[in-house]
Every structure is written in C-alpha cells, then in structure tokens.
Design a protein around this ligand. Sequence first.
Ligand code: MSP
Length: 469
Amino acid sequence: MSLKKFFITTPIYYINDVPHIGHSCTTIAADIIARLHRQLGEEVFFLTGTDEHGQKVDEAAKKLKLETQDYCDQISPRFKEAWKDLNISFDYFIRTTDEKHKKIVKEVLEKIYKKGDVYKAKYEGWYCIGCEKFLTESDLVDGKCPLHPKDKTVWKSEENWFFKLSKYVPELIKLIEDPKSNYIFPEGKKSEILAKIKDEVKDVSLSRENVDWGIEVPWDKKQSVYVWFDALINYYSASQFVEGKKDFWPADLHLLGKEILWFHTVIWQAMLLSAGIKLPKKTYTHSFYMIDGQKMSKSLGNVISPKQLIDTFGVDGSRYLVARSFPSNNDSDIGIERFKEKYNADLANNLGNLVSRVCRLAEGNDYGPTITKADEKFNTLINECKFNEAINHVFVSYIDSSNELLNNDKPWKLDKDDEKRKECLSTCRANLQRAAYYLSPVMPESCKKIKELLEGKIEAVKKPLFPRI
Ligand code: MSP
C-alpha cells in the first residue's frame, strides 16, 4: 500500500535581503507541520527556496556592483544555510534562476496564451518595487506603499501582456465559497478575499517591458515574465522536475504571510484554472511579527536574524519560541527580552528542570516500554497552525500535571522501594515520554535526548537540556 502523500510549501523568499525572523517564522511553521506528517507515517514533500528575478533583486545586485546572477549565487545559499542551522527538514530548495524551473514557467505561460487568456495593452500606474506590484490610488498612504513607506513608489507606463484575471472571477467565487474546498484558511481571510473579489477585479499584467532580469516571455522576446507569475509557478514546477515528486501535485498546503494572500488565493488559482492544472488544496495565511511594537525593518535596525536567535536560545529553543509566538491571527509583538523570559520560564525552569528532577530521582530504574499514541487534539491544532495552543495542550496535560504529582507525592522523602514513589516516578516518566513524542516536531533534538534518557535504565542528566539564560 502506498503511503499517504503530503506536499507543503513556504513562500520563496526574495534575496534582496538576508534571512530574518519573519522568514524563519513561516519556515519553522512549515517544518513543524512537515515533521508531524512524517511522524504520522506519511510521505512528505516539503519545498522552500528563493525568488530571484525581478527589479528588486536586480537593483540590490547593482547597488553592490555585482552581476545579478553572481549576486543571487551569493545570497541564495544564505537562506539555505539559515534553514539548515534551524534544523529545517526541507526536501528540496528551489531557485527560480534554475533552468529547470524556467522551462516549466514557459510551458505554463504557453498554455495560458494558447487558451486565449492573454492580450497586449498599455498599463499606467504606481509600482512598489518592495512588493513588486502595481498599487491603486486607494492602496497608497500619503503617496507611499504602506508596507514600504521608506521606499520610492514609481510611476510606470508601459505596454504589457495582460492576463484575463477578471474572466475567472465567477469560477473563483464559486470555488472559494464552496464549503468542501476550504482553500482559504483561516476563515477571516476567506471573507476578506470574497469581499474584495466581489467588489472589483482588474486584469493583471503578466510581463514587464523594461525589466531585463527575468524569464523571457515565450511569445515575445522583448518582454520578461512578471516576477510574481514566475514565482508562483515554483510550487508546481518543483513537483514536476524534482525526481519522483510528480504525484505530489496538487500541493496540500501553501503557507504564507498576509501581504501575499491575494497572489496565492486569486491570481495563482486563476493561472492554474487557465492552464488546466489541478488546484492546490489549501492555503494558510498568518499575520506578522512586530518587534517591540514596530514593524521589523533594516533601516530601523530592529531585525532579528536566525543566527542571533540560535546564539542566544539554541536551535530548539529558537524553534520553540517562534512556535509559541507564531502570529496566527493577529500581528504578534516579539522581542529578545520577552523571548528570554519565556525561554527561562518554559524550557529552563519547567520542562528542562522537570526532566532533570525525574531522571535524578529515578536514575537506574527501568519502567518498561511506554506506548505513545497520536494525540488528535494536538495534531488538529498543529494542522491549523495553532502552535501556541498545541504546545500549551502538551504542557498542561503532561508537564504541569507531573510537576503537581511530584510536589504532592514528594518521592524524595520516600524510600527507594516504596510503591508510591515508584508509581509517582513511573507516571512522570511516561508523561515526559509522551510530551517528548508530541513536541518532537517542534524541538527534534531535545526531544530525542529526553526519549533516550528515559528509555530502559533511566540516566541522570549530565548537562542541562535548556541552560538558564
Ligand atoms: N517572493 C515573495 C513570495 C513569492 S511566493 C510564490 C515574497 N518574498 S519575501 O521575501 O518578501 O517573503 C515574504 C514572506 O516572508 C511572508 O509572506 C511571510 O511568510 C514571511 N515574512 C516576512 N516578514 C515577516 C514578518 N515580519 N512576520 C512574519 N512573516 C514575515 O513575498
């Protein structure tokens, strides 16, 4: 019997900048879900990568006086390394400058062209290079893009190839409203998109006249493919060119941040409908990390890098803190000081300390095997990206209850072969084994260590699992 397949993706990140905690947030979330599905015995394809074309990346290279491809070759590995450092278990890292990807982008666009969904027209409007998209007057705040207020918004007027997005509006509404499809998650984002799509949808340009750094439009060599049309296709292209992954399409879950919701739920679906390709099953859109009340930005100097996190909290500590503060519905305010408090409270003083106490008290004992079954509540919460609630469920069910039991029974006051002492420690050990099993998608290495300490003859902890900061 073939295993159930699960295909999960992160956005592919622009390489005009190096990775920060915002990128890490989506990537860690995807990794936790991917690891959970592997733990459940499924065959997982976890895809991430870098978005390397377009004006923004080209300008970043030019600023450093580098050839754009050389620049990409320098920056893209920084993302891959950051994900390796965070123990991200991606199965493939896609780069949009890869010829194999480019070939499939051209094939998909040819299909859209042949369907008659493309026409040439003049476009005039404000363009935000930071977002790589045209903005309407109502998108602007004081003449600037609200997401990139420090950057220039440029007036563009050019002949482009347009994609007949508006043609697909009735079909998209039907699809999004269909309770069975459940494509847009969480619910709030679904209503947001439905309201917008029912209001007004204009066709979008799929090419650029004056941007050289991009894939050539197959039927017009003077134009390059608009970076978003190129980037969205990555999800499909990887499944087609990476060996043995064809059957993983359609993707089960695209994870993304709220600023790119429209691209993933409206433009992407319409492109696939036009090209006659099966639609992905679900998108999950999260909110933003804010740092001490402000949006993270390079110019404010408040960006937290994955390295800074790992140096302070270790790999698993960093993963845990990101999962606990994950901005599921609303923007989440984070900061290193707050992270330190949470780390000390939950990991050093609670979980780490409990493991040390139980191992010290039960050292040398063997309580036999513990059967660990999947916890449906935990799995559902993780699949809904409610990481904080999922972890809380494990803490309340297994960790807090063990602390309580220890404090009530006080096994250190009882004789070594006292039945009550044995029962208390055996229960705590079983609870910790379960907690380690459930939390291993979040903290793989620490949970492995906990499992090893408690297996067979219990060993005392030599080095604290989570040293206090
Ligand atoms: N290249 C496009 C995506 C193309 S996908 C086909 C892009 N790249 S990006 O580098 O700007 O990354 C955006 C994504 O990074 C967001 O959607 C989100 O997943 C993550 N985040 C970036 N900043 C963030 C925060 N401050 N907080 C949380 N996530 C953030 O858009």
